[in-house]
Design a protein around this ligand. Structure first.
Ligand SMILES: [Zn+2]
Length: 402
């Protein structure tokens, strides 16, 4: 009985700390009075929690706010120097490792091109380890002192750490077990679309949205559905790339036909272009550069422009399906291929989206480009250890799990 009471008190304290810390983390500087109103906690509780968080170095005072006639209020904010995190983007074309402070400001990044096709998980784990060493060394950080290392993979991570990633040709690879012995800090693995969704809601184009869909375009195609609430953000992934947009359509790597990915995935776009009569041969090496070459050629009428238009049409259909199903208020186009193609095709995507969405639903949805830049996926992965810290009320765990 006594133990139960102890646990309840501890849970309550953690809940109070999570409420205050999450409010400050997601919405920026606030006074004790703002925190009181936002969390619904008592004045004494807010005061105690803030005193503890300041003493532990998570939160700092950030100047004074004039209040009408009354005593100026002290503003509080999370302290960027409290901790550093690493986020890893395991793409189909590159591995990027980023070192960030825990508010997600970039401190250093390292990007390695990788063998396309079926990369060896052990080789990729070696690249990740080398990347962590490189970025921490450049910033003068100790890898063992990191709050955590988050890894975003283009696939599904099962509870036992096995990774299924069709675009990498991985079916149940023990990536977690390969990586864990070489990482001194707590390690987190998750689907990269889900973590990207979380990052766009926290720091990017999803801020303030009620329900945002973050579409990740790369070789593979995924989407995360992210929901914002005063208490935080939840983000879940979907296999959007394998929803069918054409009955009996183009063959997909998943074995089905007519999947969205078979039309708007980077490989599929390049293959379609090369099959067109009159297409110029793409001379660049690697999927990312070849797609950039195609987009550059699309400025003039011809097969490249036709390919971009066709891609926009299918992407618009795919997005319209999401809107008709889930009625988001915002759709965010992200991922390296989304960032590369977005500026050239956004008007055509919006047009297709409107034609395939019920009018009243289209009116309530805005389509925007992601705002997190080329580190978006690594930054998304870096939200994993931060999310755990917020949920735990600001008490970090160590690599051994204590
Ligand atoms: Zn498919």
């Amino acid at each position: 009985m006594k133990r139960e009471v102890g646990r309840t008190t501890r849970d309550l304290r953690r809940h109070n700390r999570t409420s205050v810390l999450t409010r400050l983390y997601l919405h920026g500087p606030a006074s004790r009075f703002d925190l009181l109103r936002a969390t619904g906690l008592s004045s004494a509780t807010v005061s105690n929690v803030v005193t503890d968080l300041v003493a532990e170095g998570l939160v700092a005072e950030a100047g004074l706010l004039d209040s009408d006639g009354g005593r100026p209020r002290t503003l509080l904010e999370v302290r960027p120097g409290y901790a550093q995190v690493v986020g890893v983007d395991i793409g189909e074309t590159h591995v990027q490792v980023g070192l960030f402070d825990w508010t997600l400001a970039t401190l250093a990044t390292a990007t390695y091109p990788m063998d396309e096709g079926r990369p060896d998980p052990a080789v990729l784990a070696g690249l990740v380890t080398a990347g962590i060493e490189e970025v921490t060394a450049r910033a003068g950080a100790d890898p063992a002192e990191l709050l955590g290392v988050g890894v975003g993979v283009p696939g599904t991570v099962l509870p036992d750490g096995l990774v299924h990633a069709p675009t990498l040709g991985w079916s149940g690879e023990p990536f977690d077990a390969l990586l864990r012995p070489h990482v001194a800090a707590p390690l987190h693995l998750d689907n990269c679309a889900r973590t990207l969704g979380q990052a766009e809601m926290w720091r990017g184009a999803g801020r303030g949205a009620q329900r945002a869909i973050v579409a990740l375009l790369a070789v593979g195609v995924g989407a995360a559905v992210a929901t914002g609430s005063p208490g935080g953000v939840t983000s879940t992934t979907s296999e959007w790339g394998h929803t069918v947009v054409a009955a009996g359509g183009a063959p997909c790597r998943c074995g089905s036909h007519g999947c969205l990915e078979a039309y708007v995935g980077a490989d599929a776009i390049l293959e379609h272009y090369e099959s067109l009569p009159g297409a110029q041969e793409l001379t660049a090496a690697g999927t990312e550069r070849r797609l950039a070459e195609l987009i550059a050629a699309a400025g003039a009428p011809g097969p490249a422009a036709d390919t971009v238009r066709r891609t926009a049409e299918y992407l618009g259909i795919g997005i319209a399906n999401l809107i008709n199903l889930l009625s988001p208020d915002r759709v965010i186009l992200s991922g390296w291929a989304g960032a590369a193609m977005g500026p050239a095709m956004l008007p055509a995507v919006r047009d297709a989206m409107r034609r395939h969405t019920l009018d009243y639903m289209a009116a309530g949805t805005v389509l925007e480009m992601g705002r997190l830049g080329p580190e978006a996926v690594a930054l998304g992965a870096a939200t994993l250890p931060v999310h755990e810290l917020l949920t735990a009320g600001g008490r970090a765990r160590t690599a051994s799990g204590t």
